[in-house]
Design a protein around this ligand. Structure first.
Ligand code: NHR
Ligand code: GAR
Length: 192
């Protein structure tokens, strides 16, 4: 079985979309793949409850308990490697990962970023798109490389920016499309 390990920090709706796709499309039979674990750097991440309710193993590793990013990432890799993942999926995971961590999972770690990359790398993408006067926004699934948000693009979805949009209303519109493209990108990689 190809194991998928999903990293979250919060709501976990992208994680839930992947778990639901795995169930509805029977990835165990069709792709020989399963979501083996959900790992959060925050104990209070809402997504952990959903994962537990689905019978998926969950792990919490608080980055504040580590002296350096290198120490946190080393411990994180130890936790992840217990599941021998074919794919590591960042889904609203909010900690920048060190080059050593990324190298360890080279070619099998992906992220979903809430902008049309290469525009708006980093944080606060929706407010920045509104402030720039963008008529369209969206989300990008990309391979994770040492440099933030610049790895090869795998999938994108576009949504309009509407008059009166706030960062919150735009984020919600983008998020519905994230739930479409992220499971699709994961399945495509497992097929490859
Ligand atoms: N790590 C690497 N090496 N490369 C990428 O492409 C990564 C990554 C880690 C996370 C997700 C990314 C996003 O989609 C991601 C891509 C967090 C931050 C950030 O500044 C930036 C980008 C992303 C995730 N994090 C702060 C930090 O100090 C903490 C912010 C917070 O806790 O709210 O790590 O946008
Ligand atoms: C998503 O919009 C995701 O693209 C974004 O956070 C949201 C997480 O939602 N990711 C980042 O901003 C990474 N820095 P979710 O927890 O419900 O999947």
């Amino acid at each position: 079985m190809k194991n998928i390990v999903i990293l979250i920090s919060g709501g976990g709706s992208n994680m839930a979309a992947i778990v639901r796709a795995a169930q509805q499309q029977d990835w165990a039979r069709s792709l020989g793949a399963q979501v083996a674990a959900v790992v959060s750097n925050k104990a209070e991440a809402k997504g952990l409850e959903f994962a537990r309710a689905q019978g998926i193993a969950t792990e919490v590793l608080n980055h504040k308990n580590f002296a350096s990013r290198e120490d946190f990432d080393a411990a994180l890799a130890q936790v992840i490697d217990r599941y021998q993942p074919a794919l590591v999926v960042l889904a609203g995971f909010m900690r920048i990962l060190t080059p050593g961590f990324v190298a360890h999972y080279a070619g099998r770690i992906i992220n979903i970023h809430p902008s049309l990359l290469p525009a708006f790398t980093g944080l606060h993408t929706h407010q920045r798109a509104i402030d720039a006067g963008c008529k369209f926004a969206g989300a990008t699934v990309h391979q994770v490389t040492a440099e933030l948000d610049v790895g090869p693009i795998l999938e994108q979805a576009v949504v309009p920016v509407l008059p009166g949009d706030t960062a919150e209303s735009l984020a919600a519109r983008v998020l519905t499309q994230e739930h479409v493209i992220y499971p699709r990108a994961v399945a495509a990689l497992l097929r490859a």
